[in-house]
Design a protein around this ligand. Structure first.
Ligand code: VLP
Length: 134
């Protein structure tokens, strides 16, 4: 039985988001706003097809992909750098590698109990987010 990430998820913790944003080159003023946000994630999973919508009072970001199929990601409203992204399963974890200007860029999603976890990586920075079902 494959893992199902589908649902609506609210952020409950956000460790080192500041370091991750600095690594992405997000400016000071934007970081001050962004770190106050409590984003919500809506995930729709149909087999190996995913739709992930991250919403906040400030900006939204949406992503659609199929496991193993590389796609162009524009990161619009985030750092706006284009990259080539691919998401694969590593056991029950969803692992995204974002190849572009920034080294070691990517993220991993997994479920732990009834919580959704997200690790965001860029260069030498790791941000750890936890979400609970809305
Ligand atoms: C940019 C960096 C905050 C900060 C300024 C804007 C969208 C995995 C993946 C799917 C992400 C979330 C990226 C957060 C990067 C912030 C606006 C915050 C709300 O999620 O679920 O895209 O990459």
């Amino acid at each position: 039985m494959p893992v199902d990430f589908s649902g609506t998820w609210n952020l409950i913790s956000n460790d080192n988001f500041e370091g991750y944003m600095v690594a992405l080159g997000i400016d000071f003023a934007t970081r001050k706003i962004a770190k106050m946000l409590k984003p919500q994630k809506v995930i729709k999973q149909d087999g190996d097809s995913f739709y992930i919508h991250t919403t906040s009072t400030f900006r939204d970001y949406s992503l659609q992909f199929k496991i193993g199929e590389e796609f162009e990601e524009d990161n619009k409203g985030l750092d706006n750098r284009k990259c080539k992204s691919v998401v694969t399963w590593e056991n029950d974890k969803l692992v995204c590698v974002q190849t572009g200007e920034k080294k070691n860029r990517g993220w991993t999603h997994w479920l732990e109990g009834d919580d959704l976890h997200l690790e965001l990586r860029c260069e030498n920075q790791v941000c750890k987010q936890v979400f609970k079902r809305a």
